[in-house]
Design a protein around this ligand. Structure first.
Ligand SMILES: *Cc1c(COP(=O)(O)O)cnc(C)c1O
Length: 382
């Protein structure tokens, strides 16, 4: 039986809510479903202010705009991430300084940050890879010491937390830095109908401007609240807000977030339990979660000892009609950025690029499917 790598899940209510949005007769952005979704995030996670966006990339672009960067300013971004994390800042004229990953997991190595900071550094943009928290106490302390902004790429981090080793406080990812961005692309835990995102504004001073950027550089949000009697062009901006149809789709998924998360964690734990019996330095390693991180079961990945072993593994599973994928090509040595990079080697990033593989992980995958995949993997190492 064919097992794809990902399948978007339908809770059953999506088209009903989309139809309701149509019946209501207001389809453009910032309508009833948009407000409902935003209120959901603000209440459930205590985010100060959230704005739905048309993608995670758009949310990151808004973050970068809100950082008010000048040409030549520097932003520290992990090299092992999706293009959008770096691109958002590059578009604002900043130079991206790439950081290496940790040995224990692909997240940015917070211990290397101090060495990357110069008088031009303005922002640190950690990515919570696989929904696993970066070492936020360290990152926030470095940022505070050097007066930097922190933009969390929480695209994969819905419903995941950082537990401070110092205070024991449990903080939702995306809600710790000054700004955060989430994605509701169809490959993420929940989707807004294919594409979607969320801007999280934790620094109150940025809320006013965020609303303006969101509404194409106008103060229309204030106008709708009756705070001004005319609205006009007051700043930069773009069309970052999604149509109500997408918000309606997302609402159906949010209503089922508990069910979705619990099913994904079941699948994740089943992979972990079964594969931990054969994981080793010579076969493959399993995800390594620090004690300060929770698991949101966004992704189940394996790390192989060599590129060659990973290639053989991917081929073998493909022959059994099971699709696995790997990513990311290091950004620091990409065709587009290679010449702009400062030449530092980032060995951990390169290692993950060569050796990490993601197993099928989606709501409609059955526990029996996971068992079948694990049995096939066991056979390789018999
Ligand atoms: C998915 C993802 C993005 C981009 O989100 P889109 O909604 O696809 O634009 C950015 N960063 C990371 C780490 C991602 O996984």
């Amino acid at each position: 039986m064919h097992i794809p790598f990902n399948l978007p899940h339908l809770t059953g209510k999506e088209t009903h809510y989309m139809y309701q949005a149509v019946e209501r007769g207001k389809l453009s952005g910032n309508g009833e479903y948009t407000k409902r979704c935003q209120a959901f995030f603000e209440q459930r996670y205590g985010f100060k202010k959230t704005l739905l966006t048309t993608s995670g990339t758009d949310a990151l672009e808004m973050c970068a705009m809100l950082c008010n960067l000048q040409p030549g300013d520097e932003v520290i971004v992990p090299s092992y991430t999706f293009v959008s994390t770096a691109l958002a800042f590059l578009r604002e004229g900043a130079n991206v300084v790439f950081a290496d990953s940790m040995k224990r997991n692909p997240n940015l190595d917070a211990e290397t940050l101090e060495a990357l900071i110069t008088p031009r550094t303005r922002v640190i943009a950690p990515v919570h890879y696989a929904g696993v928290a970066c070492d936020m106490d360290v990152i926030m302390a470095v940022a505070e010491k050097h007066n930097l902004l922190v933009v969390e790429d929480a695209a994969q981090a819905l419903d995941s937390y950082y537990i401070s080793p110092k205070t024991g406080e449990k903080q939702p990812l995306g809600g710790i830095g000054h700004l955060g961005a989430m994605s509701f692309h169809e490959t993420k835990n929940i989707t807004a109908g294919g594409e979607g995102g969320l801007l999280i504004i934790n620094d109150e001073r940025m809320i006013h401007r965020a609303e303006i950027l969101w509404e194409k550089g106008t103060n229309r949000a204030e106008f709708f609240r009756g705070e001004v009697n005319k609205y006009g062009w007051v700043d930069m901006g773009s069309s970052f807000l999604p149509a109500e149809i997408n918000a309606a789709f997302l609402w159906a998924q949010l209503e089922n977030i508990e069910d979705i998360q619990s099913k994904r964690k079941q699948l994740w734990n089943r992979y972990y339990d079964r594969l931990s019996k054969i994981a080793s330095e010579t076969t493959f390693n399993l995800p390594n979660l620090p004690s300060y991180a929770t698991n949101n079961a966004h992704m189940f990945y394996l790390i192989f000892p060599t590129l060659d072993k990973r290639t053989k593994f991917v081929q073998y599973l493909r022959e059994q009609d099971i699709l696995t994928v790997f990513h990311y090509l290091p950004l620091h040595s990409s065709k587009y950025y290679e010449d702009k990079h400062d030449g530092r080697a980032l060995p951990e990033c390169d290692r993950y690029a060569d050796t990490l593989v993601r197993l099928p992980m989606y709501y409609d995958l059955a526990l029996e499917d996971v068992d079948r995949i694990c049995t096939i993997i066991e056979k390789i190492y018999d």
